[in-house]
Design a protein around this ligand. Structure first.
Ligand SMILES: *Cc1c(COP(=O)(O)O)cnc(C)c1O
Length: 396
């Protein structure tokens, strides 16, 4: 029978749940864009963005999705025919590399061992050492890949670049991880960071964020892929506030982002990361408890390479489309589809941004109920394991 009347939960890894406070902040009449309150909101947002990426670099905000952020990063730093090295670890770095190729960049792909592993720093090192002419201009990677739920070790890749004394820029896609998994742009030596509004930042889709460090800003001076709309120089020029957006500002999104940044500041970024870790731990112990031969299993093998924003589960013999549709129609819970190599053989829990213990328990408990409804092989109760894990977190 259907038990879905009531508040439903879309637990996909982006767009994530938008807090009522953010929705309410966006529900406003259009303001004057040439003066007044919006100017202060714009300034306050730009002043707070560097801290979210832990950088002293310049933030840029575009009316775009994450793909637009990729394009802004590439076109502002590179020239036609430049070579980049893409560190594949699932789906998203690969798509970014394909966009780079379309834009006229020469692209080398370095695959991970499989969709169950993080980028291997040793193979990156071997690849960079072989580049004796230093023709690779940038290394592109995803911090967290949202298809596999792997979290890559960004600092380890910077260490490899340093050991090889290689001048390539390090560009990191943090679209899934920003505001969820610890990310330290400057300490880790990242030159360009990319994010989007609709995941850990808790705002509807529509804003892309790019942070540029000093080395990226220098590369920008020579880049010949620059285009009028994305251009950092135009967006950084002195003058009225709308120049930063190359046109009309995304006013409703700015109202929402201002509120979301206030929520993050009030909680404290360190605590935001710790909350995501505690909630993700509960999800992971639940999946481990469910695990059974031919049943469910965490996709990422190395526990230290699992993201706190999203968890990808391999579904074994379980009919994943029936599991997802049972959750959705019978219970009002929407789970993320498997992507890439896990299309049809896996699913994903999003736990990014505006999530708390009851949302996690609801998601895990409801999934467990659907697994019972399907007669799926179950090693034990994931809900009990998740509750025990959350209890440990709540007691400290
Ligand atoms: C969601 C996501 C993207 C794509 O973002 P869009 O806003 O859909 O363009 C890219 N990379 C990662 C890691 C993501 O999670």
């Amino acid at each position: 029978m259907r038990l879905d009347a009531g508040r439903t939960h879309v637990a996909i890894p982006g767009p994530s749940v938008v807090p009522d406070r953010v929705l309410a902040a966006m529900h406003r009449a259009m303001p004057d864009i040439y003066g007044g309150e919006l100017v202060g909101i714009h300034e306050s947002v730009f002043a707070r963005l560097p801290a979210i990426a832990r950088t002293a670099g310049r933030p840029f905000v575009a009316i775009a999705n994450g793909h637009g952020g990729w394009e802004m990063a590439l076109t502002n730093t590179l020239s036609r025919g430049d070579k980049v090295l893409v560190l594949e670890s699932g789906q998203f770095a690969t798509l970014w590399g394909e966009a780079a190729r379309f834009d006229g960049i020469e692209v080398e792909f370095l695959p991970a061992r499989s969709e169950r592993y993080a980028v291997d720093p040793e193979s990156v090192e071997a690849h960079l050492r072989a580049d004796d002419t230093r023709s690779i201009r940038a290394v592109l990677m995803a911090h967290v890949d949202t298809a596999t739920s792997v979290r890559n070790d960004v600092a380890a890749i910077r260490a490899v670049l340093n050991r090889c004394d290689h001048p390539a820029l390090l560009m990191v896609d943090c679209i899934a991880s920003l505001g969820c998994d610890r990310y330290e742009m400057d300490t880790w030596g990242v030159d360009v960071t990319i994010a989007a509004s609709q995941k850990g930042l808790m705002v509807p889709p529509g804003l892309a964020f790019v942070w540029a460090g000093d080395r990226a800003w220098s590369a920008h001076q020579q880049a010949d892929l620059r285009t009028a709309y994305w251009d950092w120089t135009a967006r950084a020029s002195d003058g009225p506030m709308y120049l930063a957006y190359n046109g009309t500002p995304p006013v409703s999104h700015l109202f929402g982002l201002d509120e979301a940044l206030t929520m993050i500041d009030d909680e404290g970024l360190e605590h935001v990361w710790a909350r995501h870790a505690a909630l993700a731990d509960a999800v992971r112990v639940a999946v481990d408890a469910w695990s059974a031969p031919d049943g469910l299993e965490l996709n990422i093998i190395d526990p230290s390479a699992r993201s706190n924003a999203v968890t990808t589960i391999r579904s074994g013999s379980i009919d994943v489309e029936r599991l997802r549709s049972t959750c959705a129609t019978a219970a009002g819970l929407t789970l993320g589809v498997g992507l890439g190599p896990l299309a049809g053989s896996g699913f994903r829990f999003g736990h990014m941004g505006h999530v708390n213990a009851p949302m996690i328990m609801g998601m895990i408990g409801t999934t467990e109920a659907a697994l019972h409804a399907l007669g799926a092989p179950l090693g034990g109760s994931g809900a009990a394991a998740a509750a025990a894990s959350l209890g440990r977190s709540m007691s400290v």
